[in-house]
Design a protein around this ligand. Structure first.
Ligand SMILES: *Cc1c(COP(=O)(O)O)cnc(C)c1O
Length: 460
């Protein structure tokens, strides 16, 4: 019999999570205005709000916390991080930042100007925010297949080369400071980009003189998918694939809270010294001196070790295997989910789950509330609440996909937790016909309403 894979680590420390009763949860979620963001974490049993900064560090990372060098300039921990980025990702110039969005802020302060366009696969929301804040626009060139929720395609994060060339043909080169490839593509569901696509984007961009950068938050998950799914990469290591991926870019921004395996941190890296110098000046204004960038020395050491661990094949096999296990369990129960299953999360398709609830009554949020009441599991709505109103007309915007995202923190929950989540969601699914009406808004903020919105049950 073939041996199944198993986690390449054992557990050294645990954290208690409180099991609550259904009655308690019904009261708490009502008090929270049916908004899962308003719940204190003690009221959540399994927290799938995000995998960002919520994972567990290894003993080696914790030992870095003890030996961190807190020197303002030239810290040993910075040198360790710089060496890790040189060796694993292949870039000579490295600037730490306090988060991924801070890396975006620093880079875009230098290269993005009003009126510019930044093509890429579905930009992450903070990335888009930083582009639009500068009165430039993000142009989504993701392949159309990405938006057909159950269409099986191995690389749904790919960039459509025709759409990209259209952008290059209709804008002067001076107005396109970069093309940004997000690996894996968070906004299209943690879906990977193939090496062939990265190469093709690089060669097309070279023709038009546009530099290619990566948004590298989940770069190691992307490399694992290439190894598993793309011809010619089966026998390459995840580290070799990572090196090749980044060889096609001028630099990257990274939220280290994902595949960096740390609770806080970000990174910028470059091939070009002048760009590094210019970004360094902005980094000093916004983040801190060049060798710490808003982080403690110990954070830099833990990140260096995290980059090394997350690019190990067995690590990713267990990481992505766990997400896939949950996804497959839900599929087995007949629950509609996005396919293929993404690298960091399972996305539940609310429009097929609750076809009788109109989008104007926030069906994905409603499933999130029901799942919380059922089992104390907290997911997050990626649907109409998040899409918010049109900034000009103030009309509700209804996105093509209405999803409940269940993001799995790294090295945090066990397979038994996955079984529990699946059982709780199955119970909600089995009684979906009894869910007769949705939610309505009682209060909402002017922008970014999903964080603070207050809702109530709609009565017909
Ligand atoms: C999380 C994330 C960011 C932003 O990073 P923060 O560390 O949360 O500021 C940017 N891009 C992608 C793809 C992300 O997943």
């Amino acid at each position: 019999m073939d041996l199944p894979w198993a986690e390449p680590y054992k557990i050294k420390m645990t954290e208690e999570i409180r099991i609550s009763s259904r009655e308690e949860r019904e009261r708490w979620i009502e008090e929270a205005g049916f908004n899962l963001f308003n719940l204190e974490s003690d009221k959540v049993f399994i927290d799938l709000l995000t995998d960002s900064g919520t994972g567990a560090m290894s003993d080696k990372q914790w030992s870095e916390m003890m030996i961190g060098d807190e020197s303002y300039a030239g810290s040993r921990s910075y040198t360790k991080l710089k060496n890790a980025v040189n060796e694993i990702l292949g870039f000579p110039y490295v600037l730490p930042t306090h988060q991924g969005r801070a890396a975006e802020n620093v880079l875009f302060s230098v290269i993005v100007k009003a009126g510019d366009v930044v093509p890429g696969n579905s930009h992450f929301d903070t990335t888009k925010g930083h582009i639009e804040f500068r009165k430039a626009s993000a142009i989504d060139c993701t392949i159309d297949e990405a938006f057909i929720i159950d269409h099986i395609h191995p690389f749904k994060g790919n960039i459509d080369l025709e759409k990209l060339e259209q952008v290059y043909k209709t804008h002067p080169k001076e107005k396109i400071p970069l093309c940004l490839i997000t690996v894996t593509c968070n906004s299209s569901g943690g879906q990977p980009v193939s090496m062939a696509n990265i190469k093709a984007v690089k060669s097309l961009s070279d023709q038009y003189g546009v530099p290619v950068f990566f948004d590298a938050a989940r770069f190691a998950e992307n490399a694992y998918f290439i190894k598993e799914r793309e011809e010619g990469y089966k026998d390459k290591s995840v580290k070799e694939i990572v090196k090749e991926m980044f060889s096609y870019g001028e630099g990257f921004t990274m939220s280290a809270k994902k595949n960096g395996l740390v609770n806080i941190g970000g990174l910028l890296a470059f091939r070009n010294e002048e760009l590094y110098r210019n970004c360094g000046n902005m980094g000093i204004i916004y983040e801190g001196y060049l060798t710490y960038g808003g982080l403690a020395g110990r954070d830099l050491g833990a990140l260096a070790e995290g980059l090394n661990e997350s690019t190990e094949y067995n690590f990713q096999k267990a990481r992505i295997g766990q997400v896939e296990y949950l996804g497959n369990k839900l599929i087995e129960y007949g629950i509609p989910v996005q396919r293929p299953i993404g690298g960091h999360a399972v996305f539940v398709d609310a429009l097929s789950f609750l076809p009788h609830i109109p989008q104007s009554e926030y069906p994905a949020q409603l499933i999130g509330v029901e799942l919380y009441k059922e089992g104390g599991v907290r997911g997050v709505e990626i649907g109409t609440l998040l899409a918010d109103r049109d900034p000009v007309t103030r009309e509700e915007r209804f996105p093509k996909m209405e999803l409940l995202r269940l993001a799995i923190p790294q090295r945090t929950y066990t397979f038994r937790h996955m079984d529990y989540i699946a059982a709780a969601l199955k119970n909600v699914f089995d009684r979906r016909d009894e869910i007769k009406s949705g939610l309505e808004i009682v209060w909402q903020a002017e922008i970014l309403r999903h964080f603070t919105v207050k809702l109530r049950k709609k009565t017909h």
